[in-house]
Design a protein around this ligand. Structure first.
Ligand code: COA
Length: 587
């Protein structure tokens, strides 16, 4: 079928649907739908059999709806309506939630119901964005496939099947129309709220719009909340700092906040936001303040000198895994295997994060284990260098240079590891240099639903480093390497396995993936051929080094990156600014 995606962003969910439907032989066109006119033009140009809106913040015009069925992916259970579905589900502690596929209608989210799927929510709430990339994406895929089958079978057109009307299900459905969640609903009262309540409130607003609050006299949006189980202190007071995060006292303990976005006078007021005026609201909007302006950064960077006196609370990477606190890097051992996870917010890796991860990797390599499993984060494996921290730096070109060298310094250690076999376990998506980071491992396994973006060019023609010119062709051949890096398209786990980018894929969710990964790693550690495998790896590395040293690959890549960062063409800097400021960089 010819399917047109009308979407406000070709985001992780939209990319996953694009991959899955494409693999099923559908012809997909993607239209970034900024206005009604854009949508009308796209629909008349593409003449689709079906329109799917994976994430659309504005209404589909009637002209489009009258041409063919238009289906909206709504992240709520049957009967649920409004722009803050996931926010309310998390805030209200729902035990299950769902995704509903709705037909476009004049009233937002009130169209007929084509499909609906539910999933369990964990008692300890996940961040909204994490839910969105995980169970919401999986349920959306099931629903869209089901709806497409209705169209393909002709049952919808013939009237043999018809979608349920909202009025029919509303009396029995637990979903209902909910107002946009406002900052007043999200506000934290440090003198009353428990740690669990604070974490829940912040996660319901993470990654957008964040919870507005005042810390040390500065008005900021708060993100990245984690319960602290040992430190204690007066409610609302900053007790400690660690790796860019701050720990704040609460009535029954303390909470870590990893990221802040300083409130900027450029925020759009409610009146100024056209979406709010239209009564719609949007993902990045809480109907009071539009959180587009400003940069989300490590909390200590935003508060800077205001934090004077807040003590460092370092934590070894080997601290017990069940110690509930804020920790980006965790190392644990089991059955001759070292598991190194690095859960960096949004998968972005700044210079200091790369350096800390390199130290952790070097530590793992000194251990009497056989395998090192690199686990990345549960949400993202990695998205490469930290564009926000770079943007906020006084000298963005110099910081870009430091950051790319720091990630290269990490990768070269992985590539040159001869004492262990290294496994990369991709629980979440990976992009740009983060996808290339995985290629340094000897084995790469991924969760079945993972989406990879192994390319850089869309970031202002960035050339990229991370030894990709060595590691990518080594896995997929020169031709495919060119195709992947030049086409700038996402690739799904199945296709990535087919071309040898991944060794295998398994697990329908993160838990299932991790369990199987551990089993496979154990088998590898006990493999009677383990030594032979290590020897073969060593010999291959020596042979390849003799043909062309790793240092030469790095020098060539960095020569290109030097031009990107310091050269006369500002394309990379302009693209980074657009990315960091969500398309609206301050002038
Ligand atoms: N640095 C800083 N932040 C990053 C980042 C990076 N390298 N990559 C992603 N993010 C942030 C986004 O700004 C967004 O932040 P928010 O949700 O807090 O507002 C969040 O991570 C999720 O990214 P998003 O683009 O919404 O996710 P996606 O799954 O739709 O797309 C990518 C994933 C990887 C395709 C896209 O994020 C991307 O192009 N990232 C830049 C990669 C890059 O060029 N890295 C530098 C070169 S190595």
């Amino acid at each position: 079928m010819r399917i047109l995606f009308l979407t406000s962003a070709h985001n992780s969910l939209s990319q996953r649907l694009w991959i899955e439907l494409g693999e099923r032989g559908h012809e997909i066109r993607v239209c970034i739908a900024a206005t009604g006119e854009t949508m009308i033009a796209a629909a008349s140009r593409e003449a689709p059999d079906l329109v799917v809106a994976p994430m659309l913040k504005i209404a589909i015009p009637k002209e489009v709806g009258s041409r063919c069925p238009c289906l909206i992916v709504h992240p709520g259970v049957k009967g649920d309506r409004g722009p803050s579905s996931l926010d309310w589900a998390i805030a209200n502690g729902e035990q299950t939630w769902g995704v509903t596929i709705l037909q476009a209608a004049e009233e937002f989210d009130a169209g007929a119901i084509w499909a609906s799927h539910e999933f369990a929510l964990e008692t300890a709430p996940s961040a909204k964005s994490s839910l969105y990339r995980g169970p919401v994406t999986e349920a959306a895929l099931r629903g869209v496939l089901e709806a497409i089958a209705r169209v393909e079978s002709g049952d919808f057109q013939s009237g043999a099947w018809r979608p349920e009307k909202l009025a029919e299900v509303a009396p029995h459905a637990r979903g209902r129309l909910r107002a946009p969640m406002r900052q007043a609903d999200r506000a934290i009262d440090w003198t009353r709220d428990t740690t669990a309540a604070i974490v829940r409130k912040i996660r319901a607003a993470d990654s957008a719009p964040g919870v507005l609050g005042v810390l040390l006299g500065k008005t900021c949006f708060l993100y990245g909340a984690h319960v602290e189980e040992r430190l204690q202190g007066p409610p609302g007071q900053v007790l400690a700092r660690r790796d860019g995060a701050i720990c704040i006292g609460a009535v029954d303990g303390a909470v870590w906040i990893s990221h802040l976005k300083a409130k900027d006078e450029n925020y759009l007021s409610e009146e100024a936001c056209s979406l709010v005026r239209a009564g719609i609201g949007c993902e990045r909007c809480d109907a009071e303040l539009c959180a587009v302006a400003g940069i989300k950064l490590p909390a200590t960077q935003v508060l800077g000198p205001l934090l004077r006196g807040a003590p460092e609370a370092p934590l070894p990477i080997t601290a017990p895994a069940d110690h509930r606190t804020y920790r980006e890097i965790v190392y644990e051992e089991e059955d001759e295997i070292g598991y190194l996870s690095f859960d960096f917010y949004n998968g972005a890796m700044s210079t200091s994060q790369c350096n800390r991860l390199r130290d952790a990797f070097l530590y793992a390599r000194t251990r009497p284990t056989r395998i090192i499993v690199l686990l990345g984060g549960a949400d993202f494996w990695s998205n490469g260098i930290h564009l926000n921290v770079i943007e906020a730096s006084d000298d963005s070109a110099a910081e870009s240079w430091r950051n790319i060298n720091a990630i290269d310094d990490l990768i070269v250690e992985i590539l040159n590891t001869m004492s262990h076999l290294v496994v990369a376990g991709l629980r979440g998506n990976a992009g740009a240099g983060g996808a290339m980071l995985a290629l340094a491992a000897d084995y790469i396994f991924a969760r079945s639903g993972v989406v990879l973006n192994p390319h850089y060019r869309s970031m202002g023609n960035l050339y990229g480093s991370e030894y990709w010119t060595y590691a990518l062709p080594r896995r997929v051949g020169q031709e495919k390497a060119q195709e992947l890096t030049l086409s700038c398209k996402p690739i799904g786990a199945r296709a990535a396995r087919e071309i040898g980018l991944l060794d295998d894929i398994f697990g329908s969710d993160v838990d299932a993936f991790e369990a199987e990964l551990r089993e496979r790693s154990k088998r590898l550690a006990k493999d009677p051929e383990f030594r032979a495998k290590l020897r073969t790896k060593h010999e291959r590395r020596l042979d390849e080094e003799a043909i062309k040293p790793l240092a030469a690959y790095r020098a060539e890549e960095l020569e290109q990156m030097r031009v990107n960062f310091f050269g006369p063409d500002p394309a990379y800097h302009a693209a980074r600014r657009r990315f960091v400021f969500k398309g609206n960089p301050p002038s």
